[in-house]
Design a protein around this ligand. Structure first.
Ligand SMILES: [Zn+2]
Length: 292
């Protein structure tokens, strides 16, 4: 299985219908775990996640990211229930290549910023819903842990050292980020990730593109330059790309299509407090490209 695609989910669900399991266990990274969650949902049985690396916060999540067979983003399924059991053996995860941890941190970087946008967008609605302080506090705790321990954890994994910082980052990616975003929502960072990865002109991993798109979201929100610079230099220190050239330099027209999709069509864009205009997203991308 190369990817979490509709044909793979359907084929495994068909096998499952014959085997009639009591639950489905996903073992591995995000693609394996998302596929297992989707198959469990189709079979109406609980899902169990067993993470073997740290590139994703999919393990705790009720969301499933479905790709096409040529690895373009297709859609996100929102399942009615989260995995009932999540097992993370930090001895195993600490031995996975360091690049997975870098990608997972890139994905987790978005949690605080998207959660805060989500909370603001709820506050503007008149139906009385609000984000919980607990979820926002977890988003902040995830961010603080990444900033404090990320660079050391990556260095330690590269050197085969299972340090306290490695455990801190596994917790930030797998538990803290997962619980924070499941109780808030994604916003521009994931909407732009989805838009960019639909163009077919982008290479790179989910977490790398989400980290880049988080910087774009921060610029779009007109956050203080100091705050944005802190995130950019942290990304550079852990090896996350901060410029589009790392993703294959998509054309201007592909970028416009991605910005349009992110601002107007992607479901995560509804969690931004202001109505987004594609031109403003493009402008934020241009600013990131020029340098913060
Ligand atoms: Zn993500």
């Amino acid at each position: 299985m190369k990817d979490c695609t509709e044909p793979v989910i359907e084929r495994l669900a068909e096998d499952g219908r014959r085997a009639k399991p009591h639950f489905v266990v996903g073992v591995g990274g995000g693609r394996a775990i998302d596929t297992a969650k989707a198959v469990a949902w189709k079979l109406k049985v609980p899902a169990i996640s067993v993470g073997t690396q740290c590139a994703t916060n999919a393990d705790t999540s009720a969301e499933v990211v479905v790709h096409t067979e040529d690895h373009k983003y297709l859609k996100t399924l929102i399942l009615p229930r989260n995995p009932v059991l999540v097992i993370e053996d930090t001895e195993v995860i600490a031995k996975a290549p360091a690049k997975y941890m870098v990608w997972g941190m890139g994905d987790a970087l978005s949690t605080k910023f998207e959660g805060e946008a989500y909370a603001k967008s709820l506050a503007k609605r008149k139906d009385g819903q609000s984000a919980t302080f607990a979820a926002l506090a977890l988003g902040q705790a995830c961010f603080d842990s990444l900033m404090a321990h990320g660079a050391k954890a990556v260095k330690d994994v590269k050197n085969g050292i299972h340090s306290a910082e490695v455990d801190e980052i596994i917790e930030a990616v797998k538990l803290t980020s997962g619980m924070a975003f499941e109780n808030t929502g994604c916003a521009l960072a994931h909407a732009l990730h989805n838009g960019l990865s639909r163009t077919g002109q982008i290479t790179g991993e989910h977490g790398e593109l989400v980290a880049y798109s988080t910087i774009v979201q921060m610029v779009f929100e007109k956050r203080p330059r100091e705050e944005i610079r802190q995130v950019v230099s942290w990304c550079e220190s852990v090896g996350l790309p901060t410029k589009l050239k790392a993703f294959g330099e998509p054309s201007k027209s592909a970028l416009r299509i991605a910005a349009e999709y992110a601002a107007e069509k992607d479901m995560d864009s509804r969690n931004m407090p202001e109505r987004m205009r594609p031109a403003d997203v493009m402008d934020a991308i241009d600013q990131v490209e020029r340098g913060i």
